[in-house]
Design a protein around this ligand. Structure first.
Ligand SMILES: *[C@@H]1O[C@H](CO)[C@@H](O)[C@H](O)[C@H]1NC(C)=O
Ligand SMILES: *[C@@H]1O[C@H](CO)[C@@H](O)[C@H](O)[C@H]1NC(C)=O
Ligand SMILES: *[C@@H]1O[C@H](CO)[C@@H](O)[C@H](O)[C@H]1NC(C)=O
Ligand SMILES: *[C@@H]1O[C@H](CO)[C@@H](O)[C@H](O)[C@H]1NC(C)=O
Length: 199
């Protein structure tokens, strides 16, 4: 039984592998319960159930990691791996509810404010972790988890990749505590590169 949900936003420029023209705004990776995967293998993804959400899905939840897969496959993966587990909660117990609630939480969190707070992507800009954390913590009243790609060989800066918010079952924001998979939690002492272009 899971107890909290992570809403993961990724920075397309950083996570894109072979994509073209990644969006220049934070997009959704997924809404993930903290425990469990593939909780119901007979509950298949059906894109028709979310057809009303299609324009927001395309805009805010594109597959920016694997451009070769079609976007339906990315949503199918997210539903089957995470959505079927989240669905124990009545407000998330259908594909329509799971995807629309995720879009709603994404809009609520709205990382677009980073720009207004002066944290902007650029090809020569580096930030201190403390500065990014301060802006986020001040704005949300909680601390999200900030993840980076570690510095490449011979480089000093890590690259900003993912910001995760944690929600209770009542969908209240809470401070993120536990690290989780993929990228690693940004190192507080290294500068942070927030790229505007794919390398
Ligand atoms: C799994 O999904 C199927 C198809 O939607 C549903 O009939 C069944 O009740 C679900 N099982 C559980 C344990 O939720
Ligand atoms: C997919 O969802 C639509 C709309 O709810 C439904 O009419 C259709 O039967 C579903 N398809 C499958 C294969 O379950
Ligand atoms: C995209 O992926 C889905 C799910 O695997 C599949 O049903 C569909 O046919 C694919 N569409 C294209 C255009 O390849
Ligand atoms: C953070 O980076 C510094 C400088 O490279 C290194 O000494 C330290 O071990 C790193 N900390 C973690 C937790 O990786």
């Amino acid at each position: 039984e899971w107890s909290k949900l992570y809403l993961a936003h990724h920075w397309p420029v950083t996570v894109c592998k072979d994509c073209q023209d990644p969006p220049e705004y934070w997009t959704i990776h997924g809404l993930w319960p903290d425990k469990g995967e593939e909780c119901n293998r007979t509950w298949h993804f059906n894109v028709t159930e979310i057809k009303d959400l299609m324009s927001d899905m395309r805009r805010y939840w594109p597959d920016v990691i694997h451009s070769s897969l079609n976007r339906t496959q990315f949503w199918k993966h997210e539903w089957e791996k995470h959505g079927t587990c989240a669905a124990t909660l009545p407000i998330l117990n259908s594909q329509k509810k799971y995807f629309s609630k995720t879009l709603e939480l994404y809009q609520l969190v709205n990382l677009g404010f980073l720009l207004k707070a002066g944290i902007k992507p650029g090809s020569t800009t580096y930030y201190q972790m403390a500065a990014i954390k301060e802006v986020l913590t001040e704005f949300y009243g909680i601390t999200p988890k900030i993840q980076c790609l570690p510095p490449e060989e011979g480089e000093e800066a890590q690259t900003l990749g993912c910001i995760e918010f944690s929600f209770t079952k009542e969908l209240e924001l809470r401070t993120c505590t536990e690290p989780k998979e993929e990228l690693s939690v940004c190192n507080d002492t290294l500068p942070v590169y927030y790229p505007s272009q794919v390398k």
